[in-house]
Write a protein that binds this ligand. Sequence first.
Ligand code: HEM
Length: 115
Amino acid sequence: MIHLHITSWVLVLLLFVVALMAGNAKTKKIAHMTARMLYFVVIASGIWTLTSLAKVSGEYFGKAILGIVVIAGIEMVLVRTQKGRPTGMAWAVFIVSLVLTIALGLRLPLGMNFF
Ligand code: HEM
């Protein structure tokens, strides 16, 4: 499940970039809709990984909540950009939560272990 988790959040990040950078409005829309479907895969594979653990520590709950905040950050950036509203706060939420989520994910024992 951890591989599905990693694959799905990497795809979400790529689609986020496409939804922001694509010149064509239709491409942007399709990228955004596909990203929204993949949020479910990210969350489901994350929860699945959680339920496969013998012991869930506070760090795991922190990781799960941060992961959901990353998804909220992505939605805030995309929707605010689309509506022409200020995006500074949305970018801050996205970047801070993404860095913390990846750092904590890599610190926790499954998959790759860097810290
Ligand atoms: C876009 C959002 C997310 C990102 C960028 C992300 C990123 C990561 C990363 C980098 C890892 C470590 C993989 C490795 O060690 O090779 C990981 C593991 C994990 N993630 Fe996520 N994640 C996200 C969302 C979520 C959500 C929503 C949940 C739970 C509902 C979740 C639960 C987990 C769990 C339980 C692990 C295993 C931790 C371990 O022991 O290594 N993640 N995630």
